[in-house]
Design a protein around this ligand. Structure first.
Ligand SMILES: *Cc1c(COP(=O)(O)O)cnc(C)c1O
Length: 393
């Protein structure tokens, strides 16, 4: 989400004792062996797309997702694009995409040569609504080749609903698990759903590799094909190619950073979940703010980004202004894609929930290294703002 959640450098002021400093929305947590592993890469002359860390990172992510295969990519958008191409999805094909997601999900479909068809999300978990996808299938089933389910804000799409989706639409399912690493739902890990899943390791995700992405699947043939496609579809060592490939391979430097991050994954997720629980409990009694669907029990949402919903766009913008004046980083979350000019020519079914969430969901500071004192400041700022009451959920 390089666009909607640009990573801010940790404000130098935030390191100073005392004084009111900026509290960032979401910054990388580099307190482990990141520098050490990066120095190793330079020392050993493994800084490009060959090197031991890429393979290690692939193995680690495959294990986390419970998948047989993993192929590292330069970013999450590239991972989705390559996965779709590897599945043979391209010109003339339609792919169901939730209308309420980061633009990259739809962009990858277009980069692969196909077109998105937008379906709605469910009001209770903000994930693709199987009934809405079924409506899309009824209208354009002859051209629909796949559906992408998205795990929003660290919540995995429900496996039971994906099973229903599979039954209703009967096409390939991909999981865009970009920001959901380490999350689980109904016992299933992020990255384990559908035929193939992808992750992002952008700077604002729970685990960052500087930039990076990963394709995970149990389909070994697909993994071989995708690995080939992401490395220029080159045959042997000569300049011979058997397809139009991509240059999507992750570098060893990025993988080293990602590996150092994984050593602290459990701690980072525990910290993010603790923040999310605190926000949720703190605003539980209010009727002008509602916390995102967040399962703090054994569902194990990762709390990648803590989001709150306000009663209207006016309220959400007023909250953003209020937080900005307190030097607290916050940002409007996703906007209905079909409502935006570049996507307006693609097919869509009715998307009332996506339109309802648009311009009403605000992301709050969610960095795993947020201090207690900073959290108190954010909570106090929330206390100092009042909006319009919403009807009970
Ligand atoms: C971050 C994100 C992406 C894109 O990942 P990049 O690594 O930034 O290309 C795709 N989909 C979703 C849902 C995301 O949050």
């Amino acid at each position: 989400m390089s666009d909607s959640h640009t990573t801010q450098p940790p404000a130098a002021a935030s390191l100073k004792a005392g004084g009111v400093h900026d509290i960032p929305l979401a910054v990388p947590d580099l307190r482990g062996r990141e520098a050490e592993l990066l120095q190793e890469c330079v020392r050993d002359n493994w800084v490009s797309s060959a090197g031991p860390h890429v393979t290690r990172f692939e193995k680690a992510i495959a294990d986390l997702a419970g998948r047989r295969e993993a192929v590292a990519c330069v970013n999450g958008t590239a991972a989705l694009t390559a996965a779709l191409s590897g599945l043979g999805i391209g010109a003339g094909d339609l792919v169901i995409v939730p209308d309420w997601t980061f633009a990259a999900t739809a962009n990858a479909v277009v980069h692969a040569g196909a077109a998105p068809i937008f379906a709605d999300v469910s009001v209770d978990d903000w994930c693709l609504d199987p009934d809405s996808a079924a409506t899309a299938m009824k209208r354009h089933g002859d051209r629909i080749k796949a559906a992408i389910v998205v795990d929003p804000s660290g919540k995995v799409a429900a496996p039971s609903r994906i099973a229903k989706l599979q039954e209703q639409i009967g096409c390939l399912i991909l999981e865009d698990a970009a920001g959901a690493i380490g999350a689980r739902r109904e016992g299933a890990a992020a990255g384990s759903l559908g035929h193939v899943s992808t992750f992002s390791f952008n700077g604002n995700k729970t685990v960052t590799a500087g930039g990076g992405g990963m394709i995970v699947t149990d389909d070994t043939d697909l993994a071989v094909r995708v690995r080939h496609l992401t490395t220029q579809a080159r045959v042997g060592q000569d300049y011979r190619h058997d397809a139009i490939g991509f240059n999507f391979r992750m570098t060893n430097l990025n993988a080293a950073l990602g590996l150092a991050q994984l050593e602290r994954l459990d701690d980072m997720i525990a910290a993010k979940r603790a923040l999310a629980k605190r926000y949720k409990n703190h605003i539980a009694g209010r009727n002008d703010l509602r916390f995102m669907p967040f399962d703090s029990g054994d569902g194990l949402d990762s709390g990648w980004l803590s989001n709150v919903m306000a009663a209207s766009e006016k309220d959400a913008r007023s909250l953003l202004a209020h937080l900005a004046s307190a030097r607290i980083g916050a940002r409007m979350f996703w906007c209905s894609l079909s409502a935006q000019a570049p996507y307006s020519t693609f097919h869509t079914v009715d998307v009332p929930v996506s339109r309802l969430l648009t311009d009403r969901v605000v992301s709050l500071p969610s960095s795993s290294q947020l201090t207690d004192e900073e959290m108190e400041r954010v909570l106090a700022a929330l206390d100092g703002w009042r909006g319009t009451a919403m009807a009970a959920a």
